[in-house]
Each structure stands twice: as C-alpha cells, then as structure tokens.
Design a protein around this ligand. Structure first.
Ligand code: UD1
Length: 430
C-alpha cells in the first residue's frame, strides 16, 4: 500500500525518457503464443500489467525470463499445453482476454475467464467473440469462462461493429495462422495495432493494412521467433507533456513521434501551450505558455483524442480561466478523477457524458485516492500544481501502467517521493 507524496509549486525542466508502450507490449506478449520457440522482446516496460501478462503466459505453460534492468522479456512457448487463463489472473487485468485468439489459433482451444466488471465501465467482449466466430471458432460460455474452439481457423470476412482495439488485436492474431485470407473492416487504427502487426510480420506473418480501417491477413502455416523491440508509450509521453505544461516548465519527451499523438498535441496547442516537434530526433518539447486557453475535448478512436489522456489533460483546464468541456465517448465511468480533483478545489460539473471545467485560481493539496490507472496519474499531476502537499493513496493503479513514474518526475525537478512505509504506519495506527 505505497502512497505518493507531492509538494506542489516546482517548475519542471529537462528531458524524460519514454518507456516501451504498455498497450503494445501486452498484445505482443499474447502474440508470442503464435510462434513456436523462444521469442525475445526488447523495450518492455517493467510495470504491473506486464507482470500480470507474464503470469498468464506461465500458467499456460510458457517459460518466461524477465530481465528487469534490460527491459527484456523472453518467452519460450514450446511447452504451452494448458489453454486456460483463470479468473484469479484475468480479474487483475482485462487484457488477459488477448490470449484467446492466439490460443485457439495454435492449440485449437482457448478457455479464458470472463473479465467481469471493470472500474471504467462494463467493457464487454462481444466483438472479440463475434469475430472469432466469423473465423470458424465455436464459442461457448460456462461457469464464468468463455471457450473458443476450432480445429483450424479459416480466413473470413468480419466487419467490426465498433473499432475495438482489443478485438482487432485478438482477431489479427487469430487470423495470422488461419487457413486462407481474412479481411477485417472498421478495424481499430491505433499505432499499437501497427506495432502488433509489425511484430507478427517480423516472425513471418503476412498482414497488410494495419493502421487503416481495413486489415488483410494472409494466414501462414507457422511463425518463427525473431527478436522485436516494442514501440514507445505515447500515453506516458502525453502525461509528462501535460506535467511540463501545467508547471510552466520546459519538458521534452523522447523517443516520441508526432503522428502517434497528433490530436493530443493539437489540443495542447489550442490550450496555448507551445509545442515543438523534432521528428529526426524523435523529441517533442513543451514550453511555458503565455496564457492558457479553455479547450473542448472529445475523446475518440485513433486518430482522435485518446481517452487514455482525458484525465491528465483535464488537469490543465482546472486552472485555466473560462470554461473547458470534456466529452468522453469511449468509456462509461471515466470521470473518476473528477470527485478527487474537486476535493482539491477544482470546479467541475458532470452533465451526462461531459465534464464542464471552470478554471479556479489555485488548487490546494489534499489526500486523494487513486481509482484507475489514468485517473491516478491525473491526481499526481494535480499535486504538482497544488498549494502544499498532496498524498495519493492506492498507487498500485499507477504501477499498473507507468514505469518509475515518480522517479522520472523527480529527475526533472518535481518534489515527489514514494512512501513505502505507508502500510506500516497504518498498522501502527498513526
Ligand atoms: C484498449 C487500451 C485502453 C484504451 C482503449 C481505448 C489496451 C491494453 N488497452 O482497451 O488503454 O483506453 O483501448 O483506446 O490496449 N467494446 C465492446 N465490445 C467489445 C469490445 C469493446 O462493446 O467486444 C467497447 C468497450 O466497452 C469500450 C469501447 O468498446 O466502451 C472501447 O473498447 P476497446 O477499444 O476494446 O478497448 P480495450 O481494448 O479494452
């Protein structure tokens, strides 16, 4: 039960190294199931969600070597024989569902616990299942588990009713070893889908069109293991750019590319934050704004504004004179940071799926509770600009998705530390 303590008021300055992408590493780890042999992945962030996916792979029978300091994970899939992801693991991380497609493609059967309720909405998996059916899998549900079975998947046509990221990933994996050609339409276009397709192609797969709404997958007989380096995390980069902007500092993130964050960077620009992109260096820098301006943000599928940066961006609006409006169109219940920001003095009203933020002159530090991954990051950001001390509890949410979060912020001047003794203190009743 660690907590993070932040004293507000420091101006951040410097360059922050960006870790490997959580949302690319998770599906790629699941996709290692498709290759027979030992696959080494580089630039894997050492965060809790990766530990959870490694636990899932080990339960299936994979031998996994994690080299934390090197950010390297090697998965040997030769002994994967038990195609089952149990509830104890899936409940800690929804993305466990990503092993379903690879399992049915290789072992002819996958049995994965239904993810169940999730802090940011119900998040069903109906699109994953309808897509697998279109490739010839038989789907049954029993005792809280979903079972997908097929002796050999066959290529097919499937139009996703909504461009779900996870469903696109599951289907790309399932189709990679199916017989014949698969066409996915209305597919998700997120950069992490491109990274997954690049990974599978590097192992001998034949996927084209990733990054567009139409993906074509020519099934191949087998995939041979090759080393692969995971792309950088655009959500981590966006989070640190907001940290720089709100503290009136100059923060660079690297490596990062404009195309991965275009709509977020445009919104920063509209908010009055000067953004410099050096594509050759893969560096993006924010400088102190002359004056912040209110913004209207609507989360959307890529290339729209990422829902995973909505909470962090909102912190920028909290002190901006005028009214900013945030529309959340991807998930239900994704305003859980709002109640805590209010406790710090923010003026935010929720009307349906929109949050109306009216700028206040200052925030005051408070004890706040992390509720989900991105909401928690937003609370730390708020702590950076609040008067006095902010204590963020339940930081295991942050540890799910950010590697050395407080260390990276401290390195550019934040007055922040992790209090590992929180549990002892609580036990002592002090
Ligand atoms: C992924 C990301 C997450 C990000 C999200 C949207 C990972 C590990 N997680 O989550 O960080 O916030 O994309 O960019 O990559 N839906 C259905 N039926 C389905 C699947 C999804 O109705 O079968 C709905 C969900 O309930 C949700 C919306 O579609 O409202 C988006 O979900 P999806 O794109 O699948 O997100 P994830 O893959 O879960």
């Amino acid at each position: 039960m660690d907590r993070i303590l932040v004293n507000g008021g420091r101006v951040l300055k410097g360059e922050i190294p960006i870790s490997g992408s959580k949302n690319a590493a998770l599906p790629i780890l699941a996709a290692t199931i498709l290759c027979r042999g030992a696959v080494t992945l580089k630039n894997v962030p050492m965060i809790r969600d990766i530990t959870s996916m490694v636990a899932v792979l080990r339960t299936l029978g994979a031998e996994v070597r994690v080299e934390r300091k090197e950010n390297r994970v090697t998965v040997n899939t030769e002994r994967i024989v038990r195609p089952e992801a149990p509830y104890e693991l899936v409940k800690t991380m929804r993305a466990s569902i990503l092993v379903l497609g690879p399992l049915v493609a290789t072992l002819g059967r996958g049995r994965v616990s239904l993810p169940g309720g999730c802090a940011i909405g119900t998040r069903p998996i109906d699109i994953h299942l309808a897509g697998l059916e279109a490739l010839g899998a038989e789907i049954t549900l029993e005792h809280g588990y979903v079972i997908a079975e097929s002796r050999r998947l066959r290529g097919g046509y499937f139009r996703l009713p909504f461009p779900s990221v996870g469903a696109t990933e599951n289907l790309v994996c399932a189709a990679a070893l199916a017989s014949g050609r698969t066409i996915l339409e209305n597919a998700a276009r997120e950069p992490e889908i491109v990274d997954l397709a690049d990974f599978i192609n590097a192992q001998g797969g034949a996927i084209s069109g990733a990054g567009t709404e139409r993906i074509e997958i020519e099934g191949v007989g087998s995939l041979a293991p090759r080393e692969y380096s995971v792309m950088p995390d655009r959500i981590e980069a966006g989070t640190f750019l907001v940290a720089g902007a709100i503290t009136g500092g100059r923060i660079a993130v690297r490596p990062m590319r404009r195309v991965w964050l275009a709509s977020f960077l445009d919104t920063l620009d509209q908010a009055g934050v000067p953004v410099a992109v050096e594509d050759a260096e893969e560096r993006i820098t924010v400088s102190p704004p002359y004056r912040f301006r209110p913004v209207e943000v609507r989360t959307a599928v890529f290339p729209g504004f990422p829902t995973d940066l909505q909470a962090q961006m909102m912190v920028l609006s909290v002190l901006t004179e005028g009214e900013s409006v945030y529309h959340e169109t991807i998930f239900e219940n994704r305003f859980m940071h709002v109640a805590e920001l209010r406790r710090m003095g923010a003026h935010i009203e929720i009307v349906g799926k929109s949050a109306h933020v009216r700028g206040v002159p200052f925030l005051s530090g408070a004890e706040v509770m992390a509720s989900d991954l991105r909401a928690s990051a937003a609370l730390v950001l708020a702590g950076l600009i609040a008067r006095g001390r902010t204590t963020v509890t339940r930081v295991y949410h942050i540890d799910r998705g950010y590697e050395r979060f407080e260390e990276k912020l401290a390195a550019v001047g934040a007055d922040i530390l992790r209090d590992r003794d929180a549990a002892n203190e609580a036990r002592m009743g002090s």
